[in-house]
Design a protein around this ligand. Structure first.
Ligand SMILES: NC(=O)C1=CN([C@@H]2O[C@H](COP(=O)(O)OP(=O)(O)OC[C@H]3O[C@@H](n4cnc5c(N)ncnc54)[C@H](OP(=O)(O)O)[C@@H]3O)[C@@H](O)[C@H]2O)[C@@H](O)CC1
Ligand SMILES: Nc1ncnc2c1ncn2[C@@H]1O[C@H](COP(=O)(O)OP(=O)(O)O)[C@@H](O)[C@H]1O
Ligand SMILES: [K+]
Length: 512
């Protein structure tokens, strides 16, 4: 699903109005009707105090329409107009009149008004600012927002949490509504997925307001949300007359004394994702444990006992995963430097291999093009330097990826894969995956997909999705806390099955 910028949303709005020959207030009515139906389906007439805070733009207009509908259905409502500007939108004004026609009289909050009472048992509807926010709210509006947050009342935000700009990080974090739930129109907003801003929109849902589908389909976006519909077409089926050679020979290079388990996890993941043959390249100390723990894998060792000192592979791997548990010994740095220059295989570079690159920047130019780098945020910072906001981080990481022609996978709650100027935001995964070794599993999976012939960006996007899905299935059986990296590996098979599971309704209609 595409992630639009605010500018693109306004264009979609315009295009819908033109194509359907409707007025803008009809679109507002449609949007707010969706809000009302969502609330009504859950409240079913419950007599709870609903306090609606409406700005003076179209976000406020949505709030006013919602208020009218709630009132018409007998809900107990109190409307506050947050009067932060004289430039009221036409549709706001129109709906203010309609509300008054229904005998609802809003209270106007200005810069010299006191703060209204909000009790914890109230429901707050937050329709102060929408996607039109373009500067820091005035202090009195910010204080009202902080007051709403302090009330601990259930806060339902219309479109976006007020005070949260959609295309940058907030000017003043305490002036942003901490929504209990966001009902966002039609398209997901990038801020829902970034660590800095995602917390304001802890839970969110999209309401389909029928924006011009053709316009949405033809618009190019900087970011895309990756769910099952985007993943399924990337799947490469196995053919009946295939053999293990069809699915590639991956090599996992890594490990050091006390960190052989990382290679074990990556090898297991690589095999479980469907790779034909897997060879591990480890220091001597890893030989016996690997041969025992992963009997399916072959093992090559170098000359030193505890570290990787030379990388010599007597065949041409189809894909390589390098760095897990590898350490940064001077000999290992040399081995990586030599290997990078000589290797032609598509590569996943992770963990200590990334740290070595950060500390030996002259090696960056030797990374084979279209390699996949999988840093977590700390490793990314070592590579591209610090940032002051998630938006700056994305810009810097994109430039880095473009400069060296790489695929950069920024791991996190919503892992973002950057490739060719575009970001692909993952939707699977859970906090149970914040556990030792889960990144090693990802490295093995992506290397295994590369070995099977998935193009690099597809291997990364598909692998990240499947890894998260395996983690979700693992968590559904084990809970978050007990989820271990090896359980993620154990559930890779179920994740593949889940990809092709028909939704229940479809199954009933179409048994078999
Ligand atoms: N397609 C869709 O998705 C649909 C969207 N709809 C709804 O429209 C909403 C967007 O509405 P909107 O454009 O009127 O902007 P909104 O956020 O209400 O702000 C109002 C104005 O405030 C101003 N302003 C900005 N920052 C400020 C500040 N700090 N302090 C003071 N003033 C500030 C700024 O005007 P300026 O002063 O810059 O001229 C801005 O224009 C959207 O979120 C959704 O709820 C639906 O109705 C229909 C379909
Ligand atoms: N809160 C979370 N929600 C979803 N996925 C997560 C979360 N925390 C971590 N992960 C995933 O787990 C993996 C952790 O990788 P990494 O930090 O490299 O771990 P390690 O170095 O222990 O192997 C990444 O793929 C990341 O996306
Ligand atoms: K809002």
């Amino acid at each position: 699903m595409k992630i639009f910028s605010s500018h693109q949303i306004y264009q979609a709005d315009k295009s819908t109005i033109q194509k359907e020959q409707i007025t803008s207030d009809a679109l507002m009515e449609r949007a707010a009707t969706q809000l009302f139906e969502w609330m009504h389906a859950r409240l079913r007439g419950t007599q709870v105090n609903i306090k609606l805070f409406c700005g003076i733009g179209n976000n406020g207009g949505d709030g006013l329409v919602l208020a009218r509908k709630l009132h018409e259905h007998g809900y107990s409502i109190h409307v506050f107009v947050v009067n932060y500007s004289d430039k009221r939108s036409e549709d706001f004004l129109l709906n203010l009149e309609r509300l008054k026609d229904g005998k609802v009289w809003p209270d106007f909050i200005n810069n010299d008004s006191g703060l209204p009472n909000i009790s914890e048992s109230d429901i707050v509807v937050d329709a102060i600012f929408g996607i039109g926010l373009n500067r820091v709210p005035d202090d009195w509006v910010g204080n009202l927002i902080a007051h709403i947050n302090a009330s601990n009342a259930f806060t339902l935000s219309v479109d976006v949490p007020s005070g949260l700009p959609v295309d940058r990080s907030p000017w003043e974090p305490s002036y942003v509504i901490r929504s209990s739930y966001v009902l966002s129109f039609q398209l997901p907003k990038l801020i829902f997925f970034l660590p800095e801003t995602g917390a304001y929109a802890n839970q969110w849902e999209l309401l389909d307001i029928g924006l011009d589908a053709e316009f949405i389909a033809k618009t190019e976006t900087d970011f895309e949300l990756i769910g099952r519909p985007e993943i399924l077409p990337k799947y490469r089926p196995r053919s009946k007359f295939s053999h293990k050679g069809t699915y590639g020979h991956a090599v996992i290079i890594g490990g050091s004394y006390g960190k052989i388990g990382a290679v074990q996890l990556a090898c297991n993941a690589c095999l479980s994702v469907g790779c034909g043959l897997v060879t591990a390249v480890v220091p001597k100390c890893g030989y016996h444990s690997l041969q025992t723990a992963v009997p399916e894998a072959m093992v090559l060792t170098g000359s030193r006992d505890k570290i990787i000192s030379r990388i010599e592979i007597p065949f041409s791997p189809t894909a390589v995963g390098i760095g897990v548990g590898m350490g940064k010994d001077e000999d290992t740095v040399q081995a990586l430097a030599v290997y990078l220059k000589g290797s032609g295989a598509p590569m996943v570079i992770d963990a200590d291999a990334l740290n070595i690159l950060s500390e030996n920047r002259d090696l960056l130019k030797d990374i084979p093009e279209m390699s996949i780098l999988t840093p977590h945020p700390k490793e990314l910072e070592r590579l591209i330097g610090p940032w002051t906001s998630d938006f700056e981080m994305l810009d810097k990481a994109k430039s880095f990826a473009d400069r060296y022609n790489l695929v950069v996978v920024i791991k996190g709650a919503h892992t973002i894969t950057l490739y060719n100027g575009k970001g692909y935001v993952n939707t699977t995964g859970n906090p149970g995956m914040a556990t030792a070794g889960s990144g090693d599993v990802l490295t093995g999976m992506v290397a295994g997909l590369l070995a099977q012939g998935y193009p690099p960006a597809e291997a990364a996007i598909f692998g990240v999705y499947l890894h998260g899905l395996a983690g979700d299935i693992g968590a559904s059986k084990n809970g978050y806390e007990a989820l271990k990296a090896s359980i993620i590996v154990d559930n890779i098979g179920s994740a593949y099955s889940e990809l092709f599971r028909k939704p229940e309704a479809e199954q009933k209609e179409n048994p078999r």
